[in-house]
Write a protein that binds this ligand. Structure first.
Ligand code: 4AZ
Length: 243
């Protein structure tokens, strides 16, 4: 997260860290973010897990400080469901689901926007993106404590101009010079608080970008309110998502 701030312990309890089980390493390593979609499902980016087997990772939900091993709910992953339209080397449909070995109780999952409405991604609308990713484009720095930054939604036209592979049906852009997600934030949520409603609404999943926080190169997100994204998630995958 570039241009953001630290958050107190217990902020954003639906946030998940994807940890690679250290092969011979004493410490687990955080490599992506995610969000609790259902007590037994963590949603993340496909590119985070497409080459990973369930045994190689674990996820912790509701931990703010990565090194605090007693914080949050640590879970093994029994299955990884990658969106059937996601293709390596392409950017669209960058979404995947981790099936947890045991439900996470006592934490409210994140809400999804009403599919097909697009009201939450009007250009200029404020969103928040969170993660443990790089905080500095000059001297890479990976923080121990969760950080958050507010970013403006950027229009599809502006985004397509920056990224030829951008697909406005399934993507949304956000960010401004100095404020962006960055390496290590992938898979994590971009969301909005709605007046008078409980919880937050996740509008995006950190997907890609040309560097971080540079002028004219906003971050690209998988748009979680996309009808096409959910329509094309095959029935077998949907069936495995206990809803
Ligand atoms: C990455 O490499 C990455 N500025 C994530 C987000 C952005 C760029 C790169 C967006 O994981």
């Amino acid at each position: 997260i570039i241009g953001g701030t630290e958050k107190p312990v217990g902020s954003y309890p639906f946030m998940a860290a994807l940890l690679s089980k250290g092969r011979g390493n004493p410490h687990d390593r955080q490599f992506c973010g995610g969000s609790l979609l259902d007590p037994s499902i963590v949603m993340t980016a496909a590119h985070c897990v497409v080459d990973v087997r369930p045994k190689q990772l674990e996820t912790v939900v509701g931990r703010t400080v990565l090194s605090k091993k007693n914080q949050g709910h640590l879970r093994n992953v029994t299955d990884i469901v990658v969106h059937p339209r996601y293709a390596r080397g392409q950017e669209a449909y960058d979404i995947a689901f981790l099936m947890l070995d045991k439900p996470v109780t006592g934490i409210a999952p994140v809400n999804l926007p009403t599919v097909g409405t697009d009201a939450l991604i009007r250009p200029g609308a404020k969103a928040t993106v969170i993660g443990w990713g790089n905080t500095d484009t000059e001297v890479p720095n990976y923080p121990d404590r969760l950080r958050a930054v507010d970013v403006p939604i950027v229009s599809h036209i502006e985004c397509k101009a920056s990224y030829p592979g951008y697909d406005k049906k399934v993507n949304v852009c956000a960010g401004v010079e100095g404020k962006d997600s960055c390496q290590g934030d992938s898979g994590g949520p971009m969301f909005r608080k709605l007046q008078g409603r409980r919880g937050v609404y996740q509008t995006g999943i950190v997907s890609y970008g040309d560097g971080c926080a540079a002028q004219g190169a906003p971050g690209v997100y998988t748009y979680t309110g996309s009808a096409k994204l959910w329509d094309t998630l095959d029935e077998s995958a949907k069936g495995r998502m206990v809803k």
